[in-house]
Design a protein around this ligand. Structure first.
Ligand code: MLT
Length: 409
């Protein structure tokens, strides 16, 4: 008789966003005329930049020309794309990252989960609380945790609480951890990290042999030039950090799929015999075996992000969503709510009014205002009593949603 991976049975609930979609669909079925506005999942709404579209159209034409046609591409991504990423995203900001250290993929969500395959099961793993649920759930699936307690905290994980008291930036742990997930600009709280803060983590990681998983999916939203956009802006990070990036939130590729992971060749971890192993080699082996690369057409679209027009167009796109975030922040603050994030980030993190639980506020907002957000408790126990509002929507919908919310709360 076949058996299942029992670790899946430890998962507390369905994945957060499908669970929200299920509740919203049930509401929509019961209330077919309700004008629902979705500010829940961080999915983009505005069209792909023109430069990307034109590049993809041209790439489709290439595929119809025998001399330009492409079959399997390199599993690591085409070199012409990796070179542009290395130059614009890293070297231009003083980061010593080479194109050969970049792996193009179909998403940061997949990569942040898949990366666990090249690590042992005996690592001590730290996550912030609240946190992007993928980091926790993929560790549960991989068998890196025990069972969850009543608060939904899994045995074996180290939870680093983040709250208004620490500006939603975790304290450096007093204990030694082997792997730690950091996400800046932060999903879900919209918090940002200063260079000094990241340096403290890099120093800690180097002193303890820790590997930092740095999720920079929202780096394009950092408009304050004093703030780092990559962990490799911090000296020494090449020796302790893997960075995840995406074209989803800067260029609207959530449906198109393109991302990248940086694994510096200087990065090592221990084998069970005590020897140092290059993580680049393991990730390269993993990707060459289990992944056949992102489509040529999509990679050409991603390449166009780095053209002059592409750069201008993604700036306009990011500024559009940032303006939405500003409207959300200002309107909710004026209504007397405690509001965080949304400045160098597309997410606004709100304290629920009148002591409502996160899910009670979710239900109220859906039923009374027909507005969908994300309950903070879905990101971890410490998110209870908070609510995340995404700036990814049309201006009209954001303005209308704020009108409805501020009229009722
Ligand atoms: C979110 O809403 O947190 C995002 O959809 C995360 C993601 O891009 O997977």
């Amino acid at each position: 008789m076949a058996t299942v991976n029992d670790n899946y049975l430890k998962l507390k609930a369905g994945y957060l966003f499908p669970e929200i979609a299920r509740r919203v669909n049930a509401f929509a079925q019961a209330n077919p005329d309700a004008p629902i506005i979705r500010l829940g999942i961080g999915d983009v709404t505005e069209p792909l930049p023109e430069a990307c579209r034109q590049a993809m159209i041209k790439a489709v034409e290439d595929m119809g020309d025998r001399s330009l046609f492409k079959g399997y591409g390199p599993e690591q991504g085409y070199e012409w794309l990796r070179e542009k990423i290395a130059k614009h995203d890293f070297q231009a900001r003083g980061c010593e990252i080479d194109a050969s250290e970049i792996f193009v993929s179909d998403g940061s969500k997949c990569d942040t989960g898949n990366i666990l395959e090249i690590f042992g099961h005996d690592n001590t793993i730290a996550v912030t609380d609240p946190v992007y649920p993928v980091y926790v759930d993929t560790n549960v699936m991989a068998g890196n945790t025990g069972e969850a307690n009543d608060r939904g905290e899994y045995a074996g994980l180290v939870y680093l609480p983040i709250s208004a008291e620490n500006n939603f930036t975790a304290e450096i742990p007093s204990q030694k951890v082997d792997l730690v997930y950091l996400c800046f600009p932060n999903n879900p709280t919209g918090a940002v990290a200063t260079k000094e803060y990241l340096k403290a983590w890099v120093d800690y990681a180097k002193a303890n042999g820790t590997i930092i998983f740095f999720d920079a999916a929202y780096e394009a939203y950092v408009t304050d030039e004093s703030l780092p956009r990559s962990i490799y802006e911090i000296e020494g990070a090449r020796d302790c950090a893997i960075e995840f990036r995406s074209f989803s939130k800067n260029a609207g590729f959530t449906g198109t799929r393109c991302a990248l992971t940086v694994v510096p060749k200087t990065l090592t971890a221990k084998a069970s015999d005590g020897s140092d192993v290059e993580l680049w080699k393991l990730w390269n082996r993993r990707q060459s075996t289990k992944f056949n690369g992102v489509s040529y057409i999509v990679q050409r679209g991603a390449e166009a992000v780095y053209s002059e027009e592409g750069q201008a167009q993604i700036k306009t796109l990011v500024n559009f969503y940032l303006e939405n975030a500003k409207i959300i922040r200002e309107q909710l603050t004026a209504a007397g709510l405690s509001v965080y994030g949304g400045v160098n980030a597309p997410y606004v993190w709100v304290k629920t009014p009148n002591g409502l639980s996160s899910w009670d506020f979710f239900d109220k907002l859906l039923n009374v205002c027909n507005v969908v957000g994300t309950p903070g408790s879905g990101f971890g126990a410490a998110g209870e009593g908070y609510f995340r509002i995404s700036a990814f929507n049309s201006r009209e919908n954001v303005v209308e949603a704020m009108k409805r919310i501020t009229a009722k709360f």
